[in-house]
Design a protein around this ligand. Structure first.
Ligand SMILES: CCC/C=C/C(=O)SCCNC(=O)CCNC(=O)[C@H](O)C(C)(C)COP(=O)([O-])OP(=O)([O-])OC[C@H]1O[C@@H](n2cnc3c(N)ncnc32)[C@H](O)[C@@H]1OP(=O)([O-])[O-]
Length: 722
């Protein structure tokens, strides 16, 4: 928990010891409080050095304790006693000093950091503010503007930046603890007065325009927060630091953290923290798991197809230091792709202040033959099964037998590709999200033949690229796009019933989505879904001409997006989609009066009487339809955990993190309510079978709505993919 030792005769060395990250659980707080008291009252001790075991100072409060009844001593009195002490206390920071860990360090009189250390207040990402004096001490140390930026974004800073900002006093390359001990001996020797080192006693040296900075900060934060409270409350805490004496500021900080600590948003954000980490812990029906399967080494990757996805994937790989052989079939396309990739790498290097992008890792070629020596191929050609099958057959002949063959399909059958190869076990899906060099999500799609080694390799590669990988089973659309389809269907139906695209989008954005569904659709291009619908026989020559336009495959269907595509309204790229843009390629969506007329005509053509659609109906129909499908996905074993579905939505689909994800949201609303509302909507729309509550949801409600982590126990596995 924490160890006490003496060094150099007069220095007490207190070492936090709670692997893996020295989180400040109740037992740790109790131990440090006791041993700090011992050090501060021992007459032979002249100074204290505080450090962490195994190269990590401290990652802050133990997040697993949030939401449980409080136990153990609080941090605030410990930090206060340490700071008030007449003996110098020096923090030796290695690894990370985060949250409560940084608050402890700010209570020390001096801070020495290792060059590789990172410091910050990530509390806002957990729905909190720095609640152990951090919101009051940091601005007294580095001023309001810098503290505002760090606390409201949760951004971590390097030791070098921390030195520039004045958060640490010294940065060392060598042994941080030895340096801190020498430093402590020195400060005892010269008897430097500690008063000026006590941040709580500092008169805030705030600039006269602190009020303006705070006001501007509040406006910025509100705009970005998308309904999240914590960033706004962070600004309120900083305002207290700027305007109140320290003790009153601490009272405000306490009131504010108490308001947040049990909030539903904090619960959702903390759930996301663990869900993201648990997603790494995949397992397969064979018993293979993340911790018993060895990934292959990947040094050289082939990327086939240099369209939007292929370009982003190539950039991601090169930035991770991996050699890429990028193949395109046509010279013109290759030229365009090459220029786009080089441009992206150039801009990225400039942003990082690096003059030389790692272009030496890139080879562009028109020949698949050059893939003979790669360890893994990522196919990123058009979503055309016949084309992909031809390519996979050819890749089998060209690549060495051990090369993994991955497809970046967004929903096609991975197994159908595996069977055309002689290496089914080495085929997996790697579904990146556009733009692939920016978006964090990676669905690793595991077919029935995919080996544990292939899954482990794809997941490890994803991690190297900085992605959040989630292993999912093989079905049309996998997890993300399968649920997205139902979300889109509901949005189209809402238009048919009387809503306008901008109204639906506004409600979704107020809920917290990064972008409304119709803006997303315009951004990605309406033709993407059009192609998928054609390929799946929903439209085109295979449809019986007697089938009504608003009826397909036994259920209600909305031809609205097809009609737009037929008119060439493909979204941003054509200057018109659900919205109007100034020019083709324009980015600023404007409500389109022609769209309103089009919808009116459409409704009267099909005898639909428009009605006012309430905001709550938009949210309920869109999010409950998604969650309902999520329950089916769980039941079929396409996702191993509800958490995995939520991670997919938060990292790949702009779902507001402070609402946890569609499955967590359903749990927060109450499963019984979700069930009852789905029954209600299904009664109103019996032609939409997906609104019929799924059997798993019904069983969970019958079982008393257990917490998310227990849902799996209620899944009746007939044939799990995972
Ligand atoms: C009122 C009081 C005021 C104080 C408030 C606070 O301090 S709020 C807190 C403010 N602090 C933060 O928000 C910091 C949150 N932590 C991080 O940002 C990162 O974990 C990291 C940068 C410390 C290490 O990154 P990395 O990629 O090297 O490793 P990794 O991320 O995979 O983690 C390894 C394992 O440690 C686990 N675990 C980690 N931290 C905590 C924790 N605090 N608690 C519990 N557990 C924690 C993590 O779940 C994982 O467990 P698993 O899956 O192996 O069973």
């Amino acid at each position: 928990m924490a160890r006490y030792s003496r060094t150099e005769g007069t220095i007490a060395l207190i070492t936090l010891s709670n692997p893996p990250v020295n989180a400040l659980g109740a037992a740790v707080r109790r131990t440090i409080t006791d041993i700090m008291h011992r050090a501060l009252t021992d007459g032979e001790v002249k100074a204290v050095v505080l450090c962490g075991e195994n190269g990590t100072f401290c990652a802050g409060a133990d997040i697993r304790e949030f939401g449980k009844p409080p136990s153990g001593p609080a941090l605030v009195p410990l930090i206060h006693d340490m700071e008030a002490s007449e003996k110098p206390v020096v923090a030796a920071i290695e690894g990370v000093a985060l949250g409560g860990g940084l608050e402890i360090a700010l209570g020390c009189h001096y801070r020495i950091a290792h060059a590789k250390a990172r410091l910050g207040f990530p509390e806002v990402m957990l729905g909190l503010i720095p609640g152990a004096g951090g919101s009051q001490r940091l601005p007294r140390l580095i001023g309001i503007p810098a503290a505002l930026e760090l606390i409201t974004t949760g951004r971590l800073v390097s030791a070098q930046e921390a030195l520039k900002l004045g958060i640490v006093d010294q940065v060392v390359d060598g042994n941080t603890i030895e340096t801190a001990v020498k430093f402590a001996l020195n400060v005892i020797g010269v008897c430097r007065p500690l008063l000026s080192r006590r941040l709580s006693e500092r008169t805030p040296a705030f600039s006269v325009d602190a009020a303006a900075v705070l006001e501007e900060g509040m406006a910025r934060v509100k705009q970005r927060a998308r309904g999240a409270f914590a960033p706004v409350v962070c600004v309120q805490a900083l305002r207290a630091a700027a305007t109140l004496p320290y003790s009153r500021g601490m009272e405000t900080e306490e009131q504010l953290i108490n308001m947040l600590i049990d909030s539903s948003q904090a619960r959702a954000l903390q759930y996301c923290f663990f869900a993201q980490r648990n997603a790494r812990k995949w397992s397969l029906p064979s018993g293979a798991r993340w911790n018993n399967s060895k990934p292959r080494a990947v040094h050289r990757v082939g990327v086939v197809g240099l369209g939007t996805m292929g370009r982003g994937i190539t950039v991601s790989l090169v930035k991770a230091g991996i050699s890429v052989v990028a193949v395109e079939m046509e010279e013109k396309q290759m030229d365009l792709g090459m220029r786009a990739v080089l441009g992206m790498l150039e801009r990225d290097a400039q942003r990082r202040g690096d003059t030389r992008p790692p272009t030496h890792l890139l080879t562009f070629t028109l020949s698949l033959q050059q893939l003979g020596n790669v360890d893994l191929v990522i196919e990123a050609v058009f979503e055309d099964m016949a084309l992909k099958k031809r390519l996979f057959t050819e890749l089998c002949n060209v690549c060495k037998p051990s090369t993994l063959l991955c497809t970046n399909t967004s929903g096609l059958d991975v197994d159908a590709l595996a069977v055309v190869t002689h290496r089914r076990s080495l085929v997996v899906g790697m579904h990146f999200f556009a733009p692939a060099n920016v978006m964090k999500l990676l669905e690793v799609v595991c077919g029935p033949h995919s080996s544990a080694e292939a899954v482990a390799t794809a997941m490890t590669l994803g991690k190297r690229l900085g992605k959040v990988g989630v292993v999912v089973g093989n079905c049309p659309g996998f997890v993300g796009n399968r649920m997205m389809k139902l979300y889109l269907d509901q949005a189209y139906f809402l238009l048919e019933e009387g809503a306008a695209p901008e109204q639906v989008d506004q409600v979704l954005e107020e809920f917290g989505f990064t972008m409304g569904i119709f803006k997303v659709s315009d951004l990605s291009g309406l033709d993407v879904g059009w192609r998928v619908r054609k390929a799946s026989g929903l439209i085109g020559p295979d449809v019986n001409p007697k089938t009504p336009s608003r009826w397909r495959q036994g259920c209600r269907y909305s031809p609205l997006p097809d009609l737009l595509c037929e008119q060439g309204h493909l979204g941003q790229k054509s200057g018109r989609g659900w919205y109007l843009y100034e020019t083709p390629g324009g980015k600023e969506p404007k409500p389109d009066p022609a769209m309103h007329r089009f919808l009116q005509e459409y409704r009267s053509r099909y005898g639909l009487t428009p009605r006012h659609v309430h905001a709550h109906e938009v949210i309920e129909r869109c999010t409950y339809a998604m969650a309902n499908e999520g329950f089916r996905i769980l039941e079929e074993g396409i996702a191993a955990r509800a958490e995995d579905i939520d991670v997919i939505y938060v990292f790949g689909y702009g779902w507001p993190r402070h609402r946890g994800g569609p499955m967590f949201h359903a749990a927060q609303v109450g499963l019984a309510t979700v069930l009852q509302r789905l029954e209600h909507y299904h009664q109103l729309h019996p032609d939409v079978p997906h609104l019929q509550p799924s059997p798993l949801l019904q069983r969970l409600v019958e079982a008393g709505s257990p917490p998310v982590h227990h849902w799996r126990e209620h899944v009746q596995h007939l044939h799990s993919h995972l």
